[in-house]
Design a protein around this ligand. Structure first.
Ligand SMILES: Cc1cc2nc3c(=O)[nH]c(=O)nc-3n(C[C@H](O)[C@H](O)[C@H](O)COP(=O)(O)OP(=O)(O)OC[C@H]3O[C@@H](n4cnc5c(N)ncnc54)[C@H](O)[C@@H]3O)c2cc1C
Length: 578
């Protein structure tokens, strides 16, 4: 190994965040020979969203067994696996991340828990010298603030770390209206659960007293999880929403060849169509019809699985094709949100919006002026970017990962038949663009090879995607030869094209993406996105194999990534020998 590559390996890397993205990045760096890896997290334990302090019994997640694991550690099947089709629980995720930490990271990387990053700034010892990242850190128990310097940064602070609460529901609004009950955001649900169960007594009959009620504001997955948990605990709970996430459900578990293969991914168009089948589905008239027929069938089957009436507000959902606001409910369960709705165990007030807290201090006011009394109000109002607070405007500008005026027209250059007659891009989308190459590196900073973002690729298989990204970042940091643009001008254009694609592909998602963490929306098309990253590294894509007709149905297993480190090492040695 040359001195210069050894130099990179010995320089300090800081990973901000100890969720799944931070953990797998730390592991891959250590496997690659990095000797000085530090993880900072404001939590008291590892796991981020799946940390001990966040999960609670009864929380089911969107993923099934095998989809949310890394190649170096098996995950035992979750409880009731046969009945649920391997549906993962929050507890199974917590146990897995904790085992991953104990097995692969504890004592090997430096972990700083309960440590909040307040700011990151790039400094240089000399104008032409390498950058030093100065990280301002607060030790939460003692309140002490200090600075630490690193050569490289991986930002893995997560998209669901910072709650978003509109001003009319904020703490100030609570005191302004004199609301007497308990109010909190869904991110605090686990820590507040006992208090809620203490405050709100179990309902004794179908109606129960009006004020002995929890009101949950929002229609997304977090709102539904909270409602299901409280209803299963016998509490009276009312969900208020304007529009809900679309969901997938089936009477029985979907077989693995359809659920865990590329099958669903190819029904959605990717920016680059690599295979004949994808080209047929998305560029021919017949293919486009097939795609939408399958989407309609999936929607119809899901509504039917739970007997959702035609006039139900749950049918006023985001689109299965044009949106990534989706809950995968899997096989019908008697304790799931939609079963509880069908059984009348959750009250529904929809389509409605909450306008604020009622002036009599008893609850919340709706857009039609009525008041809903409540002992507890849970704000399922979503999450916002975890980046805005920790970077100064100057640093955002210097690295180039803020929004800026577009230089390319926002127009559909792809003209896929499957995307014909879709919603028009929101007019605001013409005002701004982002240029984050592959959802990992701010294009402007590409050549520095000292800053990367992890966990920002929206994906239906977070285990697989995060592991591939971690390898990509490690190669990038080590100056490996990669199939990526060579100049800043080139990469800026490429990254902007990726942004234009997102706006055309998901016009419905603009307001959400605007404030969200996600820099890439390959939710369905995660295998194609992962293949692009594998090609960037020069290793084989489409690793699930299969023949001419069978490849779409081959299970994509994270184990196929287990040799990635060795393959990259071999390539690196070969390139250095040349
Ligand atoms: C209720 C809920 C349910 C979800 N369900 C699913 C699901 O079913 N399927 C799915 O694929 N995804 C789901 N998600 C999305 C989930 O966020 C991702 O799957 C994934 O867990 C994110 O991992 P991450 O490592 O990127 O971020 P996180 O798990 O959010 O970790 C972020 C880390 O960054 C740290 N951090 C943030 N800011 C700072 C700071 N300033 N200083 C120090 N540390 C900081 C946090 O402490 C934490 O360690 C869900 C999210 C939520 C909130």
């Amino acid at each position: 190994m040359s001195t210069s590559s050894r130099g990179v390996l010995d320089q300090p890397v800081c990973i901000i965040g100890a969720g799944v993205a931070g953990l797998i990045n730390a592991h891959v760096l250590l496997q690659d020979g990095f000797t000085n890896v530090t993880l900072l997290t404001r939590d008291a334990s590892v796991g981020g969203v799946w940390a001990r302090e966040r999960v609670y019994p009864g929380l089911y997640i969107n993923n099934v067994h095998g989809e949310y694991r890394f190649s170096c550690l098996e995950m035992p099947p979750p409880e009731r696996s046969d009945a649920t089709g391997g549906r993962l629980t929050g507890i199974a995720m917590r146990d897995y991340v904790e085992k991953f930490y104990e097995t692969h990271l504890k004592g090997k990387a430096h972990f700083s828990f309960q440590t909040e990053v307040l700011g990151i700034e790039r400094r240089r010892a000399s104008p032409a010298g390498p950058s030093i990242w100065s990280v301002r850190i607060k030790d939460l128990p003692s309140g002490q603030v200090r600075e630490e310097n690193f050569a490289r940064i991986i930002l893995a602070t997560g998209g669901c770390s910072n709650p978003q609460v509109p001003p009319y529901l904020s703490e100030a609004a609570v005191s302004g209206a004199g609301y007497q009950g308990l109010v909190f955001h869904t991110s605090q649900f686990s820590t507040k659960l006992d208090e809620v169960l203490e405050l709100v007594k179990p309902r004794v009959n179908a109606n129960g007293p009006e004020d002995e009620r929890v009101v949950v504001i929002g229609g997304g997955k977090s709102a539904q999880d909270v409602c299901a948990k409280l209803a299963n605990e016998g509490r009276r709970v009312t969900i208020v929403f304007d529009r809900t996430d679309v969901f997938l459900a089936s009477p029985d578990p979907i077989p693995d060849f359809a659920r865990k293969s590329r099958f669903l991914s190819i029904l959605h168009p990717h920016r680059v169509l690599k295979t004949r089948l994808e080209r047929f589905l998305h560029t021919t008239w017949l293919g486009g019809k097939v795609v939408h027929a399958v989407m309609d069938l999936l929607s119809a089957t899901s509504y039917k699985a739970y007997n959702i009436p035609l006039d139900s507000p749950f049918r006023r959902a985001h689109s299965l094709f044009w949106s990534v606001r989706l809950s995968d409910d899997g096989a019908v369960r008697s304790d799931s949100f939609y079963s509880l709705i069908g059984a009348g165990a959750i009250d529904v007030v929809a389509p409605h919006r909450v306008k604020g807290y009622s002036t009599d201090g008893s609850g919340v006011t709706l857009d039609d002026g009525t008041t809903l009394s409540a002992k507890v109000v849970v704000l399922a109002t979503g999450y916002q970017s975890s980046w805005t607070d920790i970077f100064t405007k100057e640093t955002v500008e210097e690295i180039g990962f803020g929004k800026h005026a577009p230089t390319l027209p926002i127009e559909d250059n792809w003209r896929y038949s499957s995307m014909k007659d879709g919603p028009k891009p929101h007019p605001d989308s013409r005002q701004w663009t982002t240029t984050i190459y592959r959802g990992i590196v701010p294009a402007k900073n590409l050549l520095h090879r000292d800053f990367a973002i992890a966990g920002a690729l929206f994906t239906a298989n977070p285990g697989y995607t995060n592991e591939v990204v971690a390898h990509w970042i490690s190669s990038y940091f080590q100056n490996d030869r990669m199939n990526i643009p060579k100049t800043t001008e080139e990469v800026l254009v490429e990254a902007e094209k990726e942004s234009v694609w997102m706006k055309i592909r998901f016009p419905d998602m603009l307001s959400w993406v605007n404030d969200s963490y996600s820099t890439s929306l390959d939710f369905w098309t995660w295998p194609q996105a992962a293949d692009e990253l594998l090609e960037d590294m020069g290793v084989s894509p489409q690793r699930s194999g299969g023949g001419w007709f069978t490849w779409p149905f081959k299970i994509v297993d994270t184990k196929e990534l287990s040799t990635l480190g060795e393959e990259r090492r071999a390539l690196r040695s070969a390139h250095r020998r040349k």
